[in-house]
Design a protein around this ligand. Sequence first.
Ligand code: F6R
Length: 608
Amino acid sequence: MCGIIGYLGERPALPILMEGLKRLEYRGYDSAGIALQTLQGLEVVKEKGKIAFLEEALGDNHSAATFGIAHTRWATHGPPNRENAHPHLDGSGEVALVHNGIIENFNSLKRFLEDQGIEFVTETDTEVLAHLISFNYKGDLEEAVQRSLTQVEGTYGIAVIHAAHPGEMVGARNGSPMVVGIGEKELFLASDVAAILAHTRQVIYLDDREMVTFKNGEFNTKTIQNEEVDKEIQRITWNLDSIEKGGYPHFMLKEIFEQPTTIANAFRGRLIEDEGLAKLGGLSENMEDLQQVERLVFLACGTSWHAGLIGEYMIEELARIPVEVEYASEFRYRNPVLSPRTVAWAISQSGETVDTLEALREGQRKGARALGIVNSVGSTIARESEGGVYIHAGPEIGVASTKAFTSQVTVLAILTLLLGRMRGMSSRLGKKMVQELQAIPDKVQRILEMDDQIREIAEVYAGVDNFLYLGRGINYPVALEGALKLKEISYVHAEGYPAAEMKHGPIALIDENMPVVFVSPLGGTNRKILGNMEEVKARGGKIIAVVNEDDVNASALADHTIRIPETVDFLSPLLTVIPLQLLAYHIAVLRGCNVDQPRNLAKSVTVE
Ligand code: F6R
């Protein structure tokens, strides 16, 4: 989604802002712009499309300005064009503003400002805020921003500068992340740590309805109600390598290949093999609640929702606790029945997905305990949860989630062990779970070594426009995930279904032009799925089967067989999903798609 970086220091701001924008590219955007404070006033350059076009528009600009703001926009109000790109200016060109989020009452504010004679030049909600700040400006920029923010409804992460205030920048947040970076004689303001990590590791996360002002080389934080707040300085522990490609052509491929390590990182230090137990430090304060819990409600979107579905299979089967998995966007507007013995558990890679965050808050308002399974350390969901588990996957830059998914599933398996052992699971089964989990990274590695074979299958089907993915039991969510991966990065229509549902409708689609991917490891419902394969075969459909190494029956029916190592049924999604990630990746590359930044998508969805 949109990205913000602001710089104030002694070095030329332009290269720092441009580099920051490039680090934010992964979030997804459709235009970009920059505002620099020069001796002549504000210099603003904006361009539609990729940052490379903005660079072109800047030409050989070697501005010595040491102060500025920049933005990547993901269109919400008004099409992606140069006019609607940020920064937005007030009528006099003195106030420049970059904004993530949505000003919900922009229409009424716009009418009010138009009545005062103010003219608008864009269709954006953001321009309204630039004019409002200018309208409220009486010589004090911080005060003008503060006053304006009390008049807006909606979400925002903003950075504002004013031509008459060189060296002063005001930032604020409500529902859209903002982080302050503290360097040596320089300050940064960004929507994402990745934008500033090359320069500093010392950061402060703003909370909702807080603002920060940079002035005279120092910063000051307060609420938008003007109460001073003391913020804790935190240190980022991950390094720059983790947000660079490391020799891979795409972040997505790098992240797929990182999975033996990231899965191991998700369980490292959390398993006690001798006793068949799990320990999760982030839940130490919540053990009593978990002992007494009557129901878990996982709240998530997209890939994280698929991980939640896998968690449901695991936890109900092995820990015998009822689980519901809710689309966060639906949950937040329903009137769900919750009690203090319900745990509302948000699952989110970014920790900033607004629907998931709001669903968690709604759960908490209705009396449930609120916990999180999150990747981004210090993110809003992580901070607002009463406890939770980090998945430790490291930064995920590719827009399509891969390593975060397997790390979420790993954490859910550990959670199953923890809850199961509280509720009668034998230590023998516990030990078996630990051993099987510890063996997963090597098995994932073996599947990754089949990359060439999977690319060859992709070559056969790269021109096809429809795919069906079928799985049963705990591999039904994997079928959903495989279909989601393919559609989001290759723009091929793909649907995931529980295999047995095929005959209730989707079977009508099957012909020789419809490849069907079966996710069918041994165990569980494997034998049942053979019947579904027969049905596809009888109608001329092409079968790509993800099966275990010694599954002769499925191999006999399939046109292409991807043979993966065996594991226990409940951990099989950690293996079956890997070939599906690779298949989607190769099809997207063969179709010439922008794998890391697919059209219309954003890495972290911070608007409704
Ligand atoms: C798919 C994908 C999205 C996210 C979803 C939730 O590859 O990345 O479907 O899974 O937007 O995001 P988080 O997990 O950050 O809440």
